[in-house]
Ligand binder design. Structure first.
Ligand code: DAH
Length: 338
């Protein structure tokens, strides 16, 4: 029996050492130590060994099991190491890690959100309207007659149907007044379209922010106070703001608003950023006609409106010299706002 045990041990150790992978190592383990393994079967025969030999045979069995188990463990560690090394082959763990590109908001989004936040604090709610408009909402209701230059085909994108791409967000004023009664206090950010020659300060698609406040006793000082406060919140408390008389068909009186821009090393410059004025009674009358009621009785309600270029605001805020940078999506430009 002793020889049998020794033979089994020698054979098992040889098999273990020859195992090329974990699977054949496991086969070797089962063949010797499994339920029907060679050593297990021999061990079962110990009950037939004469009493006086039992201790010696038992010791030999234990020694064989210990040696085989140790060999199995050792071989398993070695095989794992080989497998790990193979998995890493061709990978240079000393290379620097790949950098993560973190996205950021577009400057127009940043300035729009900030403008909305300031105006909402002052009680203005968001409103919207379609970008494909009709002439009534874009022009007629806004007291802009058929022969007005803005309605020229050279300036406006018309569809064959007679519809058009809105030339300003002022059409949202009309849509809001058609569906709501005073008091109204809304802002409407959105795109506007014009057939402009594209250059450093003009695009055929640009972004505006419209505002409208209609109620009883809304006056010119309200308009001035609101917009001055807004611009100082946006550009800093020392920002100088100027209201310059102008003409818009839908407001009377009308103004253009300039902000004084100071760039280091340059003489300060006034930059026009918005149009505004007191809503012309003719607009209220057109709305009443469309609504078929007198909800906007020009004898009772007054209002102010404004429209500003969001692209302009962004250009002033960050000193951007060319408006085209805002639509080119050049990562080197956009990264600066992260
Ligand atoms: N819609 C005008 C434009 O695009 C801007 C404007 C001027 C809007 C005066 C207004 C306003 O609401 O009252 O040039």
């Amino acid at each position: 029996m002793n020889e049998q045990i020794e033979a089994i041990q020698t054979e098992a150790l040889a098999q273990i050492s020859a195992a090329a992978d974990e699977r054949s190592l496991d086969d070797a383990r089962v063949a010797v130590l499994g339920k029907k393994g060679t050593l297990t079967l021999v061990a079962a025969g110990i009950k037939d060994v004469p009493k006086e030999d039992k201790a010696a045979v038992g010791q030999l069995l234990n020694a064989a099991r210990t040696a085989i188990t140790a060999a199995l463990e050792e071989k398993q560690v070695a095989l794992r190491e080989i497998a790990d090394r193979a998995a890493l082959a061709g990978i240079d763990v000393t290379l620097p890690a790949r950098s993560q590109h973190v996205g950021s908001l577009h400057p127009l989004t940043i300035i729009r959100d900030e403008a909305i936040r300031i105006l909402r604090r002052m009680g203005f709610a968001l409103a919207e309207g379609p970008e494909i408009e009709d002439e009534f909402h874009c022009f007629d209701a806004l007291n802009t007659p058929a022969d007005h230059p803005a309605r020229n085909e050279k300036d406006t994108f018309y569809f064959d149907s007679g519809k058009l791409l809105r030339t300003h967000t002022s059409s949202v004023q009309v849509r809001t007044m058609e569906s709501q009664a005073p008091p109204i206090r809304i802002i409407a950010p959105g795109s506007a379209y014009r057939r402009d020659e594209i250059d450093a300060t003009h695009l055929s698609v640009f972004n505006q922010l419209e505002g409208l406040y209609v109620g009883t006793d809304v006056s010119l000082p309200d308009l001035k106070g609101t917009l001055e406060y807004f611009l100082r919140e946006l550009f800093g408390t020392n920002t100088e703001v100027r209201f310059r008389p102008h003409f818009f068909p839908f407001t009377e009186p009308s103004f253009e608003i300039d902000v004084k821009l100071t760039v280091k090393g340059q003489a300060p410059k006034w930059i026009e950023i918005a149009g505004c004025g007191m809503v012309d009674p003719a607009v209220f009358e057109a709305i009443n006609k469309s609504r078929k009621d007198n909800a906007f009785d020009p004898e009772k309600v007054t209002g102010f409106a404004f429209g500003m270029g969001l692209d302009r605001l962004a250009m002033i805020r960050w000193g951007i010299k060319d408006i085209r940078l805002l639509i080119e999506n050049d990562a080197r430009f956009l990264k600066q706002f992260a």
